[in-house]
Design a protein around this ligand. Sequence first.
Ligand code: CU
Length: 225
Amino acid sequence: MTLRHFFIVLTACSGIAVAAATAANEMTVNIVDKTGQPLANAVLMIDDGLLTEAARSEASAHIIDQVDRQFTPFMTAVKTGSTITFPNSDNIRHHVYSFSQPKPFELKLYADGERPSLRFEQPGLVTLGCNIHDQMIAHIVISDRRTAFVSDPRGKITLSLAQSAASSVSATLWHPWQGADLSHARSVKLNPTEQQTLQLEVTAPAPPEPPKSRLQQRFNRTGNQ
Ligand SMILES: [Cu+2]
């Protein structure tokens, strides 16, 4: 082996070592429900100190839009001090409110073109509703010294743990089907070197019953008489 060859081999080996070290930090967490189906909108909360700097969230600007009488996204995770803008992309008015303790608020009837925004200073859960459309619900998880990750439609969360993180990292996992406040969150352990599946004992709530037809309504009225 010539000296030149030796250097090429050495460089290639150190490249592999760096790639392996980086790969060990990156991990994918698959969240599934009670039946093993991928669970979207689950929130995994991890102390900032256990994450690489790039993986930590910081106070920033977010948007929760209103489209086809739904909030989008359904789940938003932010750092304390973040600002959220609430545009209305429908051509009807909405009346957005929350009774949640970290940020009770009300954005009275407003229409397309307006973009009110609010700052979220206190950690916790804020659940939004619309005073006119009962089916409109969204959640905001506000964290302080933790970063909250939201699972995508395939139930996946990708994150990067700090090199200094122990072999088993404590985290908290919450989904609104567990109960509509963070006290229902479950403690979980993450193994930094593995792809991991976490199961939550939840299933989709039954969809609301479709409204009765006019004929059924008339029949019920007659039956009640
Ligand atoms: Cu509405």
